[in-house]
Ligand binder design. Structure first.
Ligand code: NAP
Length: 245
């Protein structure tokens, strides 16, 4: 009798560029049926090759229910390195249901000698070090926005893809993707006379140009530390993760 290939019923937790790569690959495999799940942060989700579900599951309990109702055999966690809650829920729900979990772990950026980076355990400590009159570029999503002192005694220029739910008064919003090249980022930092960059240590290439720009302009970079990663198995790249599947 010919050996039967196992069929994977995959729930792909997305929200990253890598998740899109994984989605494209899964859509081409005939040993996989997969659905991509997004939190629903963006009003217009990107067009992707997989069926899509949008919105939270309702905690660990809701995720367990989803896994059981849809016969999910494998959960791929390709959420952002700072999406700690979703990742923790995936770990717990897979433990409870016996579904297999494969987690993407994007390596953090590493400072080089000309960089002036400071890591902070929490947002409060980070905001407290910003001097009066500074002009900060905030590239840290809604978390960073929520952590701003009210009112800040420094100027804030924030960049986000979508208008944040709570945009504090007085914050200048640049609704845009991160610049692709350090030159683009230098131009923005110079236009707004930026003195400090606040960001997360997200890793990857798509938002790295701002750090190269900060290095060139000798700007201090204030970073909020990464949350702890999920337990293994962790894969650095979509290719490694897909090979494991
Ligand atoms: P989070 O704090 O870890 O998750 C908060 C809640 O949002 C989760 O408990 C879950 O709700 C829901 N959720 C998150 N990701 C989901 C997904 N892929 N599918 C369905 N529900 C999801 O996440 P976050 O930091 O708010 O990030 C939200 C999304 O944006 C994530 O998908 C992440 O990959 C992406 N993202 C985050 C960042 C960042 O800096 N945090 C940056 C870029 C992209 P329930 O508990 O109801 O299930």
């Amino acid at each position: 009798m010919p050996k039967q290939t196992p069929h994977h019923q995959v729930l792909l937790l997305g929200g990253t560029a890598e998740a899109r790569v994984i989605a494209d690959n899964l859509a081409r495999r005939d040993d996989v049926s997969a659905v991509l799940s997004l939190a629903g942060v963006l009003s217009q989700p990107p067009e992707l090759a997989l069926p899509l579900r949008i919105g939270g599951f309702g905690g660990v309990e809701g995720l367990v229910q989803y896994i059981q109702d849809h016969g999910i055999t494998t959960v791929i966690d390709a959420t952002h390195p700072y999406a700690a809650q979703m990742s923790a829920h995936a770990v717990a729900a897979c433990d409870q249901t016996g579904a297999r979990r494969l987690s993407l772990w994007r390596p953090p950026w590493q400072a080089e000698p000309l960089d002036d980076w400071t890591d902070f355990e929490d947002w409060h400590a980070l905001m407290a070090t910003i001097p009066n009159g500074a002009r900060v570029f905030l590239a840290a999503g809604q978390d960073g926005m929520n952590a701003l002192p009210v009112p800040p005694d420094f100027t804030v220029i924030a960049r986000a893809l979508a208008r944040p739910k709570n945009l504090p008064e007085g914050v200048t919003l640049i609704k845009a993707l991160p610049g692709k090249t350090p030159q683009e980022e230098v131009a923005i930092f110079q236009e707004y006379r930026i003195s400090h960059l606040i960001c997360k240590n997200s890793g990857g290439d798509s938002s790295r140009a701002k750090l190269l720009a900060a290095r060139g302009l000798k700007l201090p970079v204030l970073m909020i530390k990464r949350p702890l990663s999920s337990p293994p198995p962790l894969y650095d790249t979509p290719d490694l993760l897909l090979a494991a599947l």
